[in-house]
Design a binder for this molecule. Structure first.
Ligand SMILES: NC(=O)C1=CN([C@@H]2O[C@H](COP(=O)(O)OP(=O)(O)OC[C@H]3O[C@@H](n4cnc5c(N)ncnc54)[C@H](OP(=O)(O)O)[C@@H]3O)[C@@H](O)[C@H]2O)[C@H](O)CC1
Ligand code: K
Length: 500
């Protein structure tokens, strides 16, 4: 069963701690009550996900995340399951609500064993592991007993239920503090931590479930989320209806500029994607040798050959948006195409080598514009910020914000959990799958975004809807025939279907 729709507000770990405190102080809900509700919500999800479960191994840390685990162990004991609570952190160090939960587990007859005996724990086909080592309190690299417990869980055949966060994953950024537990499902409480949905998050969470623990809605008024979750359904209303007397002029003219020698396919894919996304007209300005083969594949496209030194003369009408970069290359032809396209004040979608040339400060007169959408993958993003890919991936929210601040416009930082940064908004698109890591996916996306701008969406709307439709289409392509061998053009019919 797919995880139910998550709330759109996303928080940092610190903000959720504030929400916890507000729930306890303002709503007068005792911490142990919240903890018992958390434990119950997690245990009910466990039974729902694994109805055949007979034994449960709960890995407990030193704080309230561990407390959640002791509550889960107590509930499992009440259900007469075979339960082991493994105290990776010495229970003697427990305090507050976590200590109360520990005592509750002992009252319910839970066998609590020391972390040093972890290797004596038997795992069989009916075992489920519960990860209650760390939640929002994780603040540094995991090591020692915790690392060993994480490795033990990752090497065991049993599925893992993550409590609040997969242990080792940073709730703020989606980076991993050394290592993290690979969960089959994760349930997160009170506020969805934004790190669950981007960076390494999707690789460790499994399906993400949310429970508000019954806290009053009013506590959320006090904390403004800096990031929200976007989705195709949220953006569909921005697509214009098509009246009976619609004519192609209403839906704009996308001009794709790219396709250096040998890379005509990239420009063709962007063009076809734009046409299939509903652009009224689609043209491609490319190397002359690509004109015939692209026309042969897609006669609906207007393909213009531009030789070195020639001007780009868009036929018929002025384009309404230029998609610049698919297969553009970095030679003198590439530079002259980029220079001409960036001299216009048309809205631009800048992808691939257009971004690399921009990062190198070559031939782009203005490096700050409001009316462009930059669509870097982490490597291109690193060049745009002159930093390493690791730094980009260590905090993708900060990276997207930094690129938007430096270059203006809208920034689409691609990768697991694509981040979209507007002038004063930051959203994450919780879409996509590993099948998308193949050539041409970015070309298709740039064409889709261009066509949505051509149909009247704002750059920020077009970027969000384009990314979400593209990722959802990739999921449909994977459902159809598996994750290996998905090719970029497989997405195009699904994109068309999803946008209608
Ligand atoms: N507060 C509530 O009402 C609710 C909380 N819930 C759960 O509580 C956790 C947050 O609990 P907290 O105690 O703040 O922190 P953790 O349990 O996540 O972490 C435990 C302690 O671990 C230490 N720490 C941090 N990083 C490391 C590391 N790499 N290695 C070893 N130890 C580490 C840290 O203490 P230090 O003093 O050592 O820094 C942490 O305090 C939340 O996630 C929920 O699961 C309820 O679910 C809801 C109500
Ligand atoms: K956890």
């Amino acid at each position: 069963m797919t995880a139910p729709e998550l709330p759109t507000s996303l928080y940092t770990s610190e903000q959720v701690k504030q929400l916890d405190a507000l729930a306890i102080e303002q709503a007068n809900i005792a911490g142990i009550v919240l903890m018992k509700r958390a434990g119950r919500a997690a245990f009910e999800l466990l039974l729902e996900q694994w109805p055949q479960v007979e034994s449960v191994v709960v890995l407990c840390g030193a704080g309230n995340n561990g407390g959640d685990g002791y509550v889960i162990a107590a509930l499992a004991a009440q259900k007469k399951l075979n339960v082991h609570a493994v105290a990776i952190a010495d229970p003697a160090g427990l305090s507050g609500d976590a200590l109360k939960a520990y005592n509750y587990a002992q009252q319910e007859g839970v066998t609590v064993i020391a972390g040093s005996e972890l290797n004596t724990v038997q795992i069989d086909a009916s075992t489920v592991i519960v990860d209650s080592l760390f939640g929002t309190g994780l603040s540094r690299e995991v090591e020692g007993d915790y690392s060993r417990a994480i490795a033990w869980a990752n090497n065991s055949a049993a599925p893992v239920l993550g409590v609040d966060l997969p242990s080792g994953l940073c709730g703020n950024t989606g980076k991993v503090w050394g290592d993290a537990i690979k969960c089959a499902a994760t349930i997160t409480f009170i506020g969805v931590k934004r790190g669950l949905l981007t960076g390494r998050g999707p690789a460790f969470t499994g399906d993400v479930y949310f429970d508000d623990l019954g806290v009053p809605a009013s506590i959320y008024d006090a904390i403004k989320p800096e990031v929200t979750r976007t989705s195709r359904l949220a953006l569909m209303p921005s697509l214009p209806e098509r009246e009976a007397d619609a004519h192609k002029g209403q839906f704009g003219y996308v001009l794709v500029v790219g396709g250096d020698v040998g890379m005509g396919g990239a420009a063709a894919m962007a063009g076809e994607a734009a046409a299939r996304t509903g652009a009224g007209l689609t043209g491609i300005a490319t190397q002359p040798i690509h004109v015939a083969p692209i026309l042969a594949r897609c006669p609906e496209l207007m393909v213009i050959g531009v030789a070195s030194g020639q001007a780009i003369e868009p036929v018929l009408a002025k384009p309404t948006v230029v998609v610049l970069g698919p297969g553009l290359g970095r030679d003198s032809w590439s530079e002259q195409m980029l220079q001409q396209a960036t001299l216009t004040d048309l809205p631009l979608v800048m992808d691939a080598d257009a971004l690399n040339l921009l990062a190198e400060g070559r031939v782009v007169r203005k490096t700050q514009r409001d009316n462009w959408v930059l669509t870097p993958h982490p490597g291109e993003a690193a060049r745009l910020l002159d930093c390493s890919v690791a730094e980009i991936q260590a905090d993708r929210f900060a990276a997207a914000r930094a690129i938007q601040t430096k270059y203006g416009g809208v920034v689409v930082l691609k990768g697991a959990g694509t981040i979209i940064a507007g002038a004063d908004q930051l959203v994450v698109a919780n879409v996509g799958n590993p099948g998308m890591a193949t050539g041409g996916m970015g070309d298709v996306l740039s064409g889709v975004i261009g066509a949505l701008i051509a149909q009247g969406l704002t750059l920020f709307e077009a970027a969000q809807l384009g990314v979400c439709a593209h990722g959802d289409a990739a999921d449909l392509a994977v459902q159809e025939a598996g994750v290996r061998g998905v090719m970029a053009t497989d997405l195009i019919p699904f994109i068309r279907e999803l946008l209608n």
